[in-house]
Design a protein around this ligand. Structure first.
Ligand SMILES: *Cc1c(COP(=O)(O)O)cnc(C)c1O
Length: 374
């Protein structure tokens, strides 16, 4: 089997329609039909399976770089993939596809909860928590599990929730944004579908919005692509180009970012006594349950959280750092820190979320160390 980097750089070569080594940015929304009248096939005569992918004529449906992106993604995330205009576009598509009567979801990205609220308003979708009695689920219902979870990066046992779902004929959707490959493979533990906000690690440069749903079945991909045509949530032209650019360095970045995070967290834990304001550190590397190491065999998520002794320390802390921009989001090569209450109303005002970038680990450690001592 070829490695992630080889796939990320070469998997889309087979659907490269031009001689350019780097994909051209094509901004056209419409593409000419075949020149030869004999090659024109009526939409109604198209075999269902092949009517969309590969049939490029209008960019809401598909376009050259979105097809290349999906080929590259498939080779990285390990299953038929559908690209969207954002991570939430992908989550909306997943809920539309499964159309459950009951959804089970824990804490996690607030935007996903907002989409569930819309379904509750429209069709009375019932919501239960991960700790509730999961025997309430019926065939066709859905467990949405974000692991590692936003914002603190706690890891949940995918296999446990897969068994709970499948026992009742329900499905398991994993939001794996915080631990993309090679860190975590949710299908190995029984996931039915996997979501990534490609805005984060897959994109990695804080300059594109995109999402992806990964399935383990070509038929599901066909249905998702058909739905996407109607929902109007295909990944855009420019974003596809940017994401293809990003995927070429994806493995280098994610590996480096995971290593940097583990070093930084280790340093903070080891020197805790020197940081009187530091009250708590949350990171998947500090979790001791056996499934954590099993589920994340190649490194932990590059996101962690700290809590300081009070609200004003937390509010001031980002201004003391040199290499961590005070901004929301995560996954980019530049390190970020966020006083999380600025964008999330559900967390403690002493909480800071850190997204570790690809800078030199010693520089990041020195920066954090100095800020915590001051
Ligand atoms: C950012 C994020 C999303 C939403 O993705 P967008 O690309 O911003 O729409 C969903 N889930 C998680 C875990 C995220 O971090």
């Amino acid at each position: 089997m070829t490695g992630i980097s080889t796939n990320a750089i070469h998997a889309s070569d087979e659907v490269n329609p031009v001689r350019d080594v780097i994909p051209p940015i094509n901004v056209s929304t419409t593409y000419k039909y075949a020149d030869n009248p004999d090659d024109l096939v009526k939409w109604s005569d198209m075999p269902e399976e092949s009517s969309i992918i590969g049939n490029i004529f209008y960019s809401r449906i598909t376009h050259p770089n979105s097809e290349r992106v999906e080929k590259a993604l498939e080779s990285i995330v390990g299953g038929p993939s559908v690209a969207y205009s954002s991570g939430l576009g992908a989550f909306f598509a997943a809920l539309t596809y499964f159309n459950p009567s009951i959804v089970c979801i824990g804490k996690g990205y607030h935007g996903c909860h907002s989409i569930i609220d819309i379904f509750t308003r429209l069709k009375g979708l019932k919501v239960i928590g991960l700790d509730d009695d999961l025997d309430q689920l019926n065939a066709g219902d859905l467990i949405c599990l974000e692991t590692p979870v936003n914002p603190d990066g706690t890891v949940f046992d995918i296999e446990y929730f897969a068994q709970k779902a499948h026992k009742k004929g329900a499905f398991l959707l994993i939001d794996s944004t915080f631990a993309p490959p090679p860190l975590q493979d949710p299908f190995k533990w029984g996931a039915d579908m996997v979501l990534h906000s490609a805005t984060k690690y897959l994109g990695g440069h804080s300059d594109l919005l995109a999402g992806v749903l990964v399935t383990n079945d070509d038929k599901v991909k066909n249905q998702l692509v058909t739905d996407r045509l109607a929902l109007g949530t295909n990944i855009a032209n420019l974003e596809s180009y940017l994401l293809l650019r990003s995927l070429r360095t994806f493995e280098l970045r994610i590996t480096r970012q995971a290593e940097n995070t583990e070093k930084l967290v280790k340093h903070l834990v080891k020197n805790r006594d020197s940081y009187p304001k530091l009250k708590k550190i949350y990171h998947s590397s500090l979790q001791t349950e056996a499934f954590v190491k099993k589920q994340l065999p190649n490194g932990y998520s590059p996101v962690f959280c700290i809590e300081l002794d009070n609200e004003s320390s937390a509010k001031e802390f980002p201004s003391k750092l040199r290499y961590f921009h005070h901004a929301t989001s995560l996954g980019g090569v530049e390190s970020l820190i966020e006083w999380r209450v600025l964008s999330d109303s559900t967390v403690s005002p002493t909480l800071l979320r850190v997204s570790v970038g690809a800078e030199n680990a010693d520089d990041l450690i020195a920066d954090f160390d100095e800020a915590l001592r001051s």
